[in-house]
Design a protein around this ligand. Structure first.
Ligand SMILES: Cc1ncc(COP(=O)(O)O)c(C=O)c1O
Length: 382
């Protein structure tokens, strides 16, 4: 493993970083919002320097070379043959979640999602006057997945929207092909629309797991599906706003584009340039990243499972680790760990009070420092 790539990292304090800025001036290790502390792949940094030195920042078209590499990559990594015309460029995936609700608000009366979930899934429906219906995920053999019994009993109407996070933030589930097939059949039988947020698809940590784009699982499902993807989580580019929707069904695509009309800009030129550099040259870096994150995940799970009161759920995918802290004898576990020098995400924002989410996208040394602080804080209560 090339540790140097992930250990020679910039000091993000006092840089307007959202993650680090929250705790500027205090001794709290920030392990919350989902970006990584690592530098992007060297080829991406070079592309940024080249674009900056060019010095003209006028309007631009989507580079056809980016589209070509995206299509090729989708085929090579996921055996999913997408077409150029299916792609709709977006400035962010969270924007895409909202556009889905806006596009389908005349067809849907309710939007379904599984909890716990990345917070914009909970807020997007209400932004367009739609009601949100939350279905708790099923915990079986220490892994969260679909609760097919609950789905079977759900009251749905044709045209309703289901928003899926795949792989799942915050619990880290990489759904199996069989699970996705069963879920697709349910979506099709109920005549629902599906928005599948696959932003974490390139971050499968378990060697025995694989990402299956859900729209590639069944042609019937594909007709009802909007897939959202981006290079931003994988290559640590979230500040550059380059994301996209993939929609094979022409009428659904027209609805989606109409919902973007006049208010949703395409990514900036620099976003396109860096996305292309990442997809074209970033694969060796991504392979090293997966090894580094897997080590961080295993170290964190080993450490946390030895601490009193905490139950970690080892993620199969993503760099996010979900922790059950409901046994911790304090009113607010999130606040308690902040007071003890570690800034985590609060499960309450994901629809699961008493849980915490830890971001593994940091140096192994910083992670160990945070684990030591958490251990000391737990020991103090036992
Ligand atoms: C599942 C999921 N979707 C969307 C986003 C946000 O993506 P963007 O920055 O492109 O809006 C995140 C960020 O953490 C995420 O985890």
């Amino acid at each position: 493993m090339n540790r140097e790539l992930f250990e020679s990292i910039p000091d993000r304090r006092n840089t307007h970083s959202l993650k680090w800025g929250k705790y500027d001036g205090s001794d709290i290790i920030p392990l919350w919002v989902a970006d990584m502390d690592f530098k992007s792949p060297p080829e991406v940094v070079s592309a940024a320097v080249k674009a900056a030195e060019f010095g003209n920042f006028g309007y631009c078209h989507t580079p056809i070379t980016l589209v070509d590499i995206l299509l090729q990559r989708s085929k090579d990594l996921y055996d999913w043959q997408i077409q150029k015309s299916w792609i709709v460029w977006l400035p962010s995936v969270a924007c895409g979640l909202n556009v889905c609700c806006r596009a389908l608000k005349m067809d849907s009366s309710q939007v379904f999602t599984q909890i716990p979930i990345y917070p914009p899934f909970l807020s997007a429906p209400g932004n367009f006057g739609l009601s949100s219906k939350e279905i708790p995920m099923k915990l079986e053999n220490h892994r969260f997945s679909f609760d097919f019994d609950a789905l079977g009993k759900l009251d749905t109407s044709p045209g309703d929207l289901f928003m899926l996070c795949h792989p799942h933030n915050p619990v880290g589930t990489a759904y199996t092909e069989a699970e996705l097939y069963r879920f697709s059949e349910w979506i099709v039988s109920r005549k629902l629309y599906l928005c599948s947020d696959e932003i974490h698809c390139d971050l499968i940590l378990d060697s025995e797991s694989k990402h299956f784009p859900i729209a590639s699982i069944s042609p019937e499902l594909a007709k009802r599906c909007i897939t959202l993807m981006a290079p931003s989580k994988t290559f640590n580019l979230p500040g550059f706003g380059c994301s996209f929707a993939i929609i094979s069904e022409p009428q659904l695509r027209v609805k989606f584009k109409q919902a973007c009309q006049g208010i949703v800009p395409e990514p900036p030129a620099m976003g396109f340039a860096l996305a292309e550099a990442a997809y074209r040259h970033g694969e060796p870096w991504r392979q090293e990243l997966l090894k580094y994150l897997t080590q961080n995940r295993d170290d964190a799970c080993n450490g946390l499972s030895r601490m009193p009161f905490l139950v970690p759920y080892s993620p199969q995918a993503t760099y996010l680790l979900w922790i059950d802290a409901r046994e911790l004898p304090v009113d607010n576990p999130h606040k308690y760990f902040e007071e003890n020098g570690v800034g985590l995400s609060d499960g309450k924002d994901f629809g699961a009070p008493g849980f915490l989410r830890l971001n593994l996208g940091c140096s192994n040394q910083l992670l160990h420092e945070a684990l030591q602080r958490m251990n000391k804080a737990c020991e103090a209560l036992s």
